[in-house]
Design a protein around this ligand. Structure first.
Ligand code: NI
Length: 193
């Protein structure tokens, strides 16, 4: 009898302590995912911010138009995923693919306007001042750095290659990496259409 009573009290203390601890920790701080506000200039010349895309799922890729390989591959995959969904008769207008340049020196509005035609028609390419781009990259914790390279117009940009999926309130959902195929991406995005 006494043993049972002690066991019961022990259970109450342990469970109660757990509830208090999780509540306290939950109130303390929630781990913030990547993402946040940005103000940049689109390839159309318009000033755009993250708020312009509220209500849509943003697919965000940081890169640069002069990139010889990785950027065109990833933007091509993003485009192919949207086309796959459209070929299934789905409306992809709630998906907003965005390309944020990390090379403002070469990626002028005009350069980006030329570049986007190679990809899905809904792709919006964004550039800005070095400070604006640095601020956007910081929100998404994207690393990039200029690397001097002879014969490549003087330099290349080293940069992380990740597609961020952000929800209708700008909240982080998931990332796609080089391992995800257009079919993987389409399958993942399909339920939100
Ligand atoms: Ni690249």
């Amino acid at each position: 009898m006494k043993v049972i009573r002690i066991a019961t009290w022990l259970a109450v203390v342990v469970i109660g302590g757990y509830i208090l601890a999780t509540r306290y920790m939950g109130g303390q701080e929630t781990i913030k995912g990547p993402g946040g506000p940005f103000v940049l200039t689109a390839h159309t010349g318009e000033t755009v911010s993250n708020r312009d895309f509220l209500g849509k799922y943003m697919l965000i890729y940081f890169g640069y138009s002069f990139c010889p390989d990785v950027c065109p591959i990833e933007l091509g995959k993003m485009s192919a995923a949207l086309t796959m969904l459209e070929n299934e008769g789905l409306d992809t207008s709630t998906l907003q693919p965005l390309f944020i340049s990390v090379d403002p020196e070469r990626d002028t509005v005009e350069a980006l306007a030329d570049y986007v035609v190679d990809f899905h028609p809904s792709l919006i390419a964004l550039t800005g001042t070095p400070e604006e781009i640095a601020a956007a990259a910081k929100q998404y914790r994207v690393y990039y750095k200029k690397r001097l390279q002879e014969g490549m117009d003087g330099y290349l940009m080293d940069h992380q290659s990740v597609i961020f999926v952000m929800g209708p309130n700008g909240e982080y959902q998931r990332i796609f990496t080089s391992r995800d195929t257009p079919a993987d991406m389409a399958a993942s995005l399909k339920p939100v259409l």
